[in-house]
Design a protein around this ligand. Structure first.
Ligand code: ZN
Length: 297
């Protein structure tokens, strides 16, 4: 095996754009610091709604070519973040976007939501054993907000972390590796309320403002263990990465909207809940580094 960087971060996401919205500043920081940042995206986001009218023909109910287009958007976003290792789970198109909860696309053969977890997890086990991350970032068990592909991404990520650590499981996928720390994406409610208050005060190009409940992973402050503070340079990269997902995201200054055209703040500071492993912060304080306390080099 070629020499790996000392610090290695793995992020597991459902669709292209989720990584930039949730973790763009974090990814930019660690990439700039020389860590290996590996993004695994589980679907191509084929069922997304298309914002620019000129690209509406790509939609699943028309030409159904949104998936490959979004792979291109993701590549452009990763260039903005300085991330060079991005992959699709099982290869591009192996698992298809399942659509929102309750739609008939949930049941389609090949839909990610329809795949048994133990059929999808081995693809991620192989990546874990190759890249040997100390840190894994994914969603909470609700996927942050209940989207089937986000819930499934959580299940597959957590399952793969367990399987990768078991030397008896599929030795053909590489030597066992235990991920030292696992985090779920979070947003502390008071921080989000303040960010929305700024949006309401300043106004944006979007005709209305989203609801706090539209934001995934919102929790009370005490659940948040880790804060990656918003360095302006990394926040700018995050904003550029989000804008690269042009079929899904419209950006106006420090604000953005999804296809519902409801304004939301771009969160320059990103928050996490450590759910496995030991905090590297003094008791009662938040970590400011996902790798805090990690000794494995
Ligand atoms: Zn998503």
């Amino acid at each position: 095996m070629t020499e790996l960087p000392a610090r290695r971060l793995l992020l597991v996401h459902a669709h292209p754009d989720d990584e930039s919205i949730n973790n763009g500043a974090t990814m930019a920081r660690y990439a700039a610091e020389g860590a290996l940042v590996t993004l695994v995206t589980c679907t191509l986001g084929e069922e997304g709604e298309v914002i620019p009218p000129g690209l509406a023909h790509l939609a699943p109910d028309r030409e159904d070519r949104l998936g490959p287009h979004r792979a291109g958007e993701l590549a452009a976003a990763m260039a903005e973040l300085g991330v060079t290792d991005h992959r699709f789970l099982g290869g591009p198109g192996r698992f298809r976007d399942s659509g929102m909860m309750g739609v008939e696309q949930n049941e389609r053969p090949g839909a990610f939501w329809n795949a048994p977890v133990d059929e999808a997890a081995p693809y991620l086990v192989e990546i874990v054993r190759e890249t040997r991350p100390q840190v894994l970032v994914t969603y909470d068990p609700d996927g942050g907000y209940g989207h089937p592909d986000h819930i499934q991404a959580h299940r597959v990520a957590m399952r793969a972390a367990d399987l990768a650590a078991d030397p008896a499981y599929r030795p053909d996928l590489g030597p066992a590796h235990t991920i030292a720390k696992i985090y779920w994406n979070r947003v502390p409610r008071p921080f989000l309320e303040a960010a929305f208050a700024r949006l309401r005060a300043e106004g944006s190009a979007f005709p209305a403002v989203a609801d706090l409940s539209d934001v995934p992973g919102v929790v009370d402050e005490d659940r948040v263990t880790t804060e990656i503070a918003g360095d302006p340079a990394y926040a700018a990269r995050k904003t550029a990465a989000m804008a690269a997902h042009a079929t899904q995201v419209a950006v106006d200054g420090p604000f953005f909207a999804l296809s519902n055209d409801l304004g939301q703040p771009i969160l320059a500071t990103e928050y996490y809940e450590l759910v496995r492993g030991v905090s590297g912060a003094p008791a009662g304080e938040r970590e400011t580094d996902l790798f805090a306390g990690v000794s494995d080099r």
